[in-house]
Write a protein of this length. Sequence first.
Length: 188
Amino acid sequence: MHIGIDIDGVIANTFHLLVHELNAYFGVNHALEDIGDYDIYKVYGVAPEELKQFSLSKENILISGPGIIPGADFYLKLLVNTYEVSLISARPEKYFRLTEKWMEKYNIPYHRLILWGQHDKREVCVHLGVNLFVEDSLKNAIQLNACNIPVILFNAPYNQGNLPEKIWRCHSWPEIHQTIDQVAGLKK
Ligand SMILES: [Mg+2]
């Protein structure tokens, strides 16, 4: 079985850092828990030009600086022994080396690292023959599911809502691991 796994919000605790940096930059005090939309920037209500400036000045920090989601390293080590594991992120390709270094820093193993550069991951997943995807964006999850790829949605304040069949909400890495094994069992 071939598992695709997202990076930001699934392995890297990026949104925690993003909210912290946005708060400092724009002088406000939002909490991640209060942000109900995947497009976190909407909550800040600032002009696109200001956001562009923010992104340009903070992108390196947001790639290199996040902590790890608890358990991601431990369970990735188990997964790569049993399954084929591709990390597939919407990050731009230019951050490949920084992303690789971050993975080394946290001892994250994988078989393939793809920085796809866009949020729609359907084409690359179908091309690689991904059988199951772990994602934190509800929009991505629904898109992939429509291509017959079951999805594990890592629970977050910004991905709430009802889920169709074959998208399972998980709240932790132990639960993700258990669900992957269950799906693999069904596929045998
Ligand atoms: Mg993500």
